[in-house]
Ligand binder design. Sequence first.
Ligand SMILES: [Fe+2]
Ligand SMILES: [Fe+2]
Length: 298
Amino acid sequence: MTGGRGAVSIEPTQHREPAIVRIGHISDVHLADRSRYPRHGITARDCERHSARLARDLLEALLEVGVDHLVVTGDLTLSGEPREFERAAELLRPWADAGRLTVVPGNHDVWTESALDAARFLRAIGADGRGMRRPAPTYPHVAPVGDDVVLVGLDSARWGEDPRATAGRLGGEQLRTARELCRAHQMEGRATILALHHHLVLPRERIPSDRATSRMPLADADQVIRLVADLPVAAVLHGHRHCAFRVDVPGPERPTPVLCAGSVSRASDEPVRRARAFVYQFDAGGLHGVEALVAGTA
Ligand SMILES: [Fe+2]
Ligand SMILES: [Fe+2]
C-alpha cells in the first residue's frame, strides 16, 4: 500500500523507560519535651537517648542528596505530648509544604489516652504532615510517587493501658483495603510500597532493645506476611526497632524486602544503632538500590 492523502500514519511504538524515583525513609524521631518528664513511665534520662539535632542533620542530608518523597514510619514523639507534636511538625514542615511527605503514627504517638482522645497526631501531623483541622480516619493513605510507584501508609498504632506491653494492630478493614490497593496498582503496572510503624519479623540477631520491642509486636503481622506472599509488594518500610535491618520475605514472583530504618535521632556509639536515614530507588519493577546516610560518618 502506498502512502498519500488520507493514508493512516502509525506512530512508532514508544518504549518508555521506567522512571526511577528516590524515596527517603526515616523513623523513630522520639522528640521529647524534656520539662515534662518523669511522667508516663518515662524518665528524664530516657530523653537523652535521642537527639533532635541528629534528626535535623540527617533531614538536611536527605535534602542535599535529593529525594522525591520522604516517608516517616512513626514514633515522632516520646509520649505524645502536645509540644512534642509541635516540634515534629516544625521539623517536617519543608517536606509537608512541598507535598512530598507521608507519615504514619507509632505506638509512642498514642502512648497516653489523652494523646489518643485529642487525636494529637492527626491534628498536628496527619498522613501528609500538614495536620487535620477535623481529624478523621485517614489510613490507608495513598501517595503516588511519580507515575509508576505508589506508597500506602498504614496505621498500626494502638493505645493500651500498659503501653510497654501493647501490641500494634492493623485490623481487618485496613488489611482488606491494602490488599485491594496492591491488586489495583499491580493491574496498572505500578509498584506498591507499604509503610507502617511496627516490625513484621525480628531478625535472629538480638540487641538489648529487642526485649522492649518484642513485648510490643504487630498482632496481625502474619496477615501482612500473607498479603506480601499473595501479591507483588515492592517493599515494606517500618521502624519501631531502633536498629536498622533488612529481611526478605517470600513474594509471588520474587522476595519482598522488609526494611527497618532504625532511629533517625538515636544518640548511640554502637554502630548498629547509630542514627541514620535511608534513600531507596524504586521503579515499576521494584527496589533497585539502597543508600544509608549514617550520623557521624559524613
Ligand atoms: Fe521507637
Ligand atoms: Fe515504636
